[in-house]
Design a binder for this molecule. Sequence first.
Ligand code: MN
Length: 260
Amino acid sequence: MPLERYRQKRDFSGSPEPAGDDRLRAKRAGRRKGLFFCVQKHLASHLHYDLRLELDGVLLSWAVPKGPSLDPKDKRFAAQTEDHPYEYGMFEGVIPSGYGAGIVMLWDYGTWRPETDDVRAALKKGDLKFTLDGYKLKGSWVLVRTRGYSGTKDSWLLIKHRDEWSGPLDITTFAPLSVKSEGDFADILAADDPAVWTSNRQDLPAKTGETGALLAAIIEEAARKKLAAAARGGARTRTTHRRGTKATRRPAANARKKKR
Ligand code: MN
C-alpha cells in the first residue's frame, strides 16, 4: 500500500502534515511530464534537506544532511526515506511533536525530468540521472546508490553533473531562505506558535549540541518577531481608533494583507 510507512510514522491529530489523498495520488499516477520536485529544509534532531521527486503520484524522498551542492566534486550523502504524499510538496510549517518534530521550510521547488525512459529500472539499478528546473536548483544531477557508511541499501549519493548550472557556489549559504514565504526558520516559527516548545521541553526536537543551540536561538528570535509584529498591530489599531477614517484604515488593511 503506497504511503503506508508515511502514515504509520505520524499522528495526524497532532501534526499539520497532510495525510495524503489517495484519489489525488491515483490521478497523478500516470504522469510522466511536469513532474513535481522539491527540497524541504528541515530542522529536526539534525538540520537536513529533504529532496523529493514525484513518481506515480507520490514523492520519492531522500534526506540529504549537507544539502545539495552545485559543485560536481561534492558527493552528498542522501538517505532514502519513506515516500511522501504529493501534497507534502508545498508544505512548510512547524511539526510540534512526534516523528520529524521541528521546522520545515520549502527551500526549493519546481519540476523534474528523468533522463531515462524507465525510472523504476534506474532506481532498481541504483543510478538515476535527472534534470531539475527549480528556483535554486537547475540542470543535470544523479543519484547513485552506494553501500554507504551503515551498509544499508538506502544509502545514495547526490551529485551535480557538470553543465551551465554547476559551479563552486555554496547554494545552501547563498540562498538560505524559503521560496514560499521568503522567510527563515524564525519567521516560520513566529508565524505559527513561537512558544510551542518552551512549555513542552520534552518535545524539543534538539536539546543539546550544535542543533540544540541553533534551535534555541531560533525560538528566541521567533518570540522577538512575534512581539514586534503584535506591537506593530497594536499601534495600527490605536491609530485607527483615533482617526478612524476610511483613508487611514485602508493602508493598515493593505499592510496586513501584504504580510500574509
Ligand atoms: Mn526530514
